[in-house]
Write a protein that binds this ligand. Sequence first.
Ligand SMILES: NC(=O)C1=CN([C@@H]2O[C@H](COP(=O)(O)OP(=O)(O)OC[C@H]3O[C@@H](n4cnc5c(N)ncnc54)[C@H](O)[C@@H]3O)[C@@H](O)[C@H]2O)C=CC1
Ligand SMILES: O=C(O)[C@H]1O[C@H](OP(=O)(O)OP(=O)(O)OC[C@H]2O[C@@H](n3ccc(=O)[nH]c3=O)[C@H](O)[C@@H]2O)[C@H](O)[C@@H](O)[C@@H]1O
Length: 439
Amino acid sequence: MNIAVVGTGYVGLVTGVSLSEIGHTVTCIDLDRQKVDKMKQGFSPIYEPGLEELMTKNIAAGRLFFTSQHSEGFKEADAIYIAVGTPERFDGTADLTYIKAAANDIAEHITKQVVVVTKSTVPVGTNDVIQNILSAGTDVECEVVSNPEFLREGSAVHDTFHGDRIVVGSSSEKAAKLMDDIYAPFNIPIFHTNVKSAEMIKYASNAFLATKISFINEIANLCDSLGANVEDVAAGMGQDDRIGSKFLNAGIGYGGSCFPKDTSALVQIASNVDHEFNLLRAVIDVNAHQQALPVHKIKEHFGGSVRGKKIALLGLAFKPNTDDMREAASIVVSQELILSGAEVVGYDPIATENAKKVLPEIMEYADSPEEATEGADAVIILTEWDEIKQLDLGLFTEKMLEPVVFDGRNCFDLKDASKHNIVYYSVGRPSVGKVAEKV
Ligand SMILES: NC(=O)C1=CN([C@@H]2O[C@H](COP(=O)(O)OP(=O)(O)OC[C@H]3O[C@@H](n4cnc5c(N)ncnc54)[C@H](O)[C@@H]3O)[C@@H](O)[C@H]2O)C=CC1
Ligand SMILES: O=C(O)[C@H]1O[C@H](OP(=O)(O)OP(=O)(O)OC[C@H]2O[C@@H](n3ccc(=O)[nH]c3=O)[C@H](O)[C@@H]2O)[C@H](O)[C@@H](O)[C@@H]1O
């Protein structure tokens, strides 16, 4: 099949490349010419494990193309995917500017009958808006299908090939059949529903996962006060099939380009129909508190002030295996620490260049965990990169005078931490070191 993908961000590029890998001829379109030039040569503009290998392979096989011209991309297309951003606006609603622009681009440039597939996360009812733009802008017949995306950054390629389900929302049997044909080689169950339900499945899924995280973080905070260990609590809960063990990792909350914006958007979608989504508001509040937790803990350790202290942040991206800094906890933590008079140095294996664009200018950056830790008064672990999880805790005793570590991702075993002469705080687990002795 001939497929065009509008927008080559995390979703568009991974989708386009994966569809070419299963045999379709795919043209990825992006407004950003620099990006397009890079991609034509097989370089991915984003860090995503496994992606570049598939790009070069399928470019060489003559199945994968890149262009900044919509007319060129749409020429032969049987299906056009919309995968542009739907960022959060200042009031929490989803900004549909790029979606509407993409729909107008399609209306302007299509010359043959096509199915328009919305991959972007859009509020319930948006596909009707897209259909209206198309109907008003072109006489060419086109049907709109909602096909929300569930991939995670950092494992996007794997998730695309091994998803639990593909959701297709459509009011046309013909369009639904075309989607079945496109996805057949993936061999993943396809769930068919109507357009609005498909749109809602995406928000409900992200909101539910965010709720699971905030729930376990609240339990972790209780464990902290009551002396229980949240890891054991989550393991014990997770053995119940009805609860499940996934997404019960306590830590410094969720970041990224989707949970924060999609939870806010769903609260707004609800308020449009006079529904107060109190549960989701609480999930968002808990997360805001959780992202700032390392700052509170470290201040408490130093008697209320971090003025003049050198603090090393290990891991800056919102999660491991990505260079994405959107809504990363490191943004809140670095800003708060710097405002409180601390000297902050950051280290990330991949995201440093993107971090420099969003973290306070005064931040410094190190090229290794060792360099970041040298002479630090405290270390805060913000992202559980393998490289960070595999550090020898002896590093902290070697590089720091009085080692204090706040582990926001529970990377280390408490028994291991207790073998070293460090003060070790984590989330929802007993502290180790001098502080623990004091209690
Ligand atoms: N990032 C993720 O892991 C996931 C994102 N989503 C959703 O997918 C959508 C896309 O997200 P990302 O890939 O993160 O976005 P992104 O912001 O990384 O990429 C969007 C791309 O679209 C391009 N673009 C914008 N308007 C265009 C137009 N008219 N024609 C051609 N190109 C255009 C931009 O230049 C940019 O490269 C969002 O709605 C998001 O909520 C869904 C699941 C996972
Ligand atoms: O709509 C989206 O964009 C995507 O959002 C999330 O994917 P992503 O944000 O890439 O990454 P996750 O692995 O879900 O992690 C999100 C955040 O939650 C945090 N998290 C995750 C799991 C957990 O147990 N605890 C926890 O704190 C992570 O550290 C990270 O900051 C969803 O998992 C995807 O299904 C969805 O497609």
